[in-house]
Design a protein around this ligand. Structure first.
Ligand code: KPL
Length: 301
């Protein structure tokens, strides 16, 4: 049924962090007729044109853009900033979010949802993870290198009921086990990202380094121990195989952390291995390899 025949138009979305993944989702939503506004920085232009190459097709759209403090109420928010900058980027936007506003966190790492749920328990916080492979040719031109799957679920059990509805709006897939899947993704990032940053190598290069493989295995076994303490089924060997398979599949990539270190930026380490260290401490579990990765990458900030 169309809006003209009486149904409501689709809800408008705001996107915080229109980098590669945020830009991709902004364009996907716009292509489905959804009204999308980008949240920019103070002083950014009032509009921004993004384009996406997907094989032979090219998608281009011009979006309105506001700073976090300008504009009215935000009805739906997709957050795709890196996890370590999310708190600063999201805080000025919070007064624009009414009670029960859906906020979808689509980012690497864990821990932002704990802060957000504690700061604004009235929001409907959802978490998503994706296997889409997208890179930026330049600031506004994206290339979809590999179409993946994006799954979503509630950050807290109470929010799960909303995941189906929001998944439908966004074109994602609602899953009941988002927490377990996020921990698996966390294990992959804990195993690949810091090592590629330390060796300054591509993901696939880790597989040719026996010492890196041994560290990856130890990192995964520590993550599995923490997952088990959190009440999740986990197997260190299976996580290691998943991490190695991901390094193989993304062999030619520079991980996001390697790219951050090479560009002299701070990294997501506190929300990757740092999160594992924090949770391990709560459970009284030793995670020396994750501590070592955390300390080593922090010295590069
Ligand atoms: O998520 C990634 C990242 O770089 O942050 C991986 C899976 C390691 C791909 O590069």
């Amino acid at each position: 049924m169309s809006a003209a025949s009486g149904s409501l138009p689709p809800a408008a979305w705001h996107v915080l962090g229109a980098g590669a993944i945020g830009g991709l989702w902004s364009l996907r939503l716009a292509a489905r007729g959804i009204d999308v506004t980008l949240i920019g920085r103070d002083g950014d232009a009032a509009s921004r044109t993004l384009s996406l190459e997907d094989g032979d097709t090219r998608l281009t759209h011009t979006f309105p853009q506001h700073s976090a403090t300008a504009g009215g109420e935000v009805a739906r928010l997709l957050v795709t900033t890196k996890s370590h900058v999310t708190r600063d980027a999201l805080t000025p936007l919070l007064p624009r979010l009414a009670t029960a506003t859906p906020v979808v966190l689509l980012q690497n790492g864990m821990g932002v949802e704990d802060w957000l749920c504690a700061t604004r328990p009235d929001l409907c916080v959802l978490c998503a993870i994706t296997t889409d492979g997208v890179f930026r040719r330049d600031r506004d031109s994206l290339v979809l290198a590999g179409r993946g799957d994006t799954v979503i679920g509630g950050a807290r059990p109470g929010n799960d009921a909303h995941a189906e509805r929001i998944a439908l709006e966004l074109g994602m897939m609602a899953v009941p086990d988002i927490t377990a899947r996020r921990w698996q993704k966390l294990a992959i990032n804990c195993a690949i990202n810091p090592l590629t940053a330390l060796y300054r190598c591509r993901n696939g290069d880790l597989l040719a380094k026996p010492e890196a493989l041994a560290i990856m295995r130890a990192l995964c076994s520590e993550v599995a121990a923490v997952m088990t303490a959190e009440g999740l089924a986990a197997d260190g060997d299976a996580l290691f195989r998943l991490a190695a398979a991901t390094a193989q599949k993304t062999a030619a990539n520079r991980s996001s952390m390697c790219a951050d270190v090479e560009a002299g930026r701070s990294t997501e380490i506190r929300f990757l291995n740092g999160y594992v260290v924090d949770r391990a401490r709560l459970h009284g579990i030793a995670v020396p390899e994750n501590e070592r990765m955390l300390a080593a990458v922090l010295t590069m900030h």
